[in-house]
Write a protein that binds this ligand. Structure first.
Ligand SMILES: N[C@@H](CCC(=O)N[C@@H](CS)C(=O)NCC(=O)O)C(=O)O
Length: 234
């Protein structure tokens, strides 16, 4: 069976892996994990931290961590130019961009996601956590603005898995009502608008929203944790 990506809603960083799979164009399936509602023990067997994304490979092995998954997707067909051959400068630049996005940008929003999950009455704690997230993310957005001042894409002269990952994480500043990207970071906003116009990005939004989604034909449908049991037990 083709690989299965476990993606998280609402608004998981797994969004980037969906976009990358669409860009790759090889057959895959998706399994939806509700990160707020589900404490499904069966998913814990797939990802002991219960985090998304995870990629279930053809041989039953699971691969966790976005960066590993994105590099894996890119390496499935270097001809698609979503990534680069390891031990080249281009690979190093891509790896550097991805690491920055994960440790700095993704990391900056952790306090805001904690605030999001707190009960309504915890106003003081929420405000403090949101302020911290805004401070950390502002520095990262400023650096991204600098990174995007020269090349048309994040890691070179064409789109890569770094752009796929960026679109899934950079949106959080506005999703969490912390930033007005158009006013504060115009180059980043422009880059995100360019990505929003991409068919694979529209597809990933539709998937997250549970709407009919138009794929590149690589998407073979959703599969449930129940349906995956025989494959996982093997
Ligand atoms: N280091 C992991 C982090 C993944 C992560 O933080 N996933 C979030 C969604 S963006 C998640 O699953 N959150 C639910 C939870 O931690 O309970 C990766 O890069 O894949």
């Amino acid at each position: 069976m083709e690989p299965v990506l476990f993606y998280g809603v609402p608004h998981g960083c797994s969004f980037g892996s969906i976009v990358a799979l669409e860009w790759l164009g090889q057959p895959y399936r998706l399994c939806r994990i509700d990160m707020l509602a589900s404490r499904d023990e069966r998913y814990k067997r797939i990802n002991p931290k219960r985090q998304t994304p995870t990629l279930l490979l053809e041989d039953g092995e699971t691969l966790s961590e976005s960066l590993a998954i994105l590099h894996h997707i890119a390496a499935r067909d270097l001809g698609q130019r979503l990534g680069f051959l390891q031990a080249t400068r281009a690979f190093d630049r891509l790896n550097s961009a991805l690491s920055f996005l994960h440790t700095e940008l993704h990391g900056a929003f952790a306090p805001a996601w904690t605030a999001f999950k707190l009960p309504e009455h915890a106003t003081k704690e929420k405000d403090m956590l949101r302020k911290l997230a805004r401070e950390r993310a502002a520095e990262t957005y400023a650096h991204l603005e600098h990174m995007l001042s020269n090349p048309a894409w994040l890691a070179g002269d064409h789109r890569t898995v770094a752009d796929a990952y960026l679109i899934g994480v950079a949106r959080w500043g506005e999703d969490l009502n912390l930033f007005d990207l158009k006013r504060e970071y115009p180059l980043l906003h422009k880059h995100l608008q360019k990505l929003q116009a991409d068919k694979a990005v529209a597809f990933a939004h539709a998937i997250e929203d549970g709407q009919p989604a138009t794929s590149s034909d690589a998407f073979l449908g959703h599969v449930t944790l129940d349906e995956l049991q025989p494959r996982l037990a093997a």
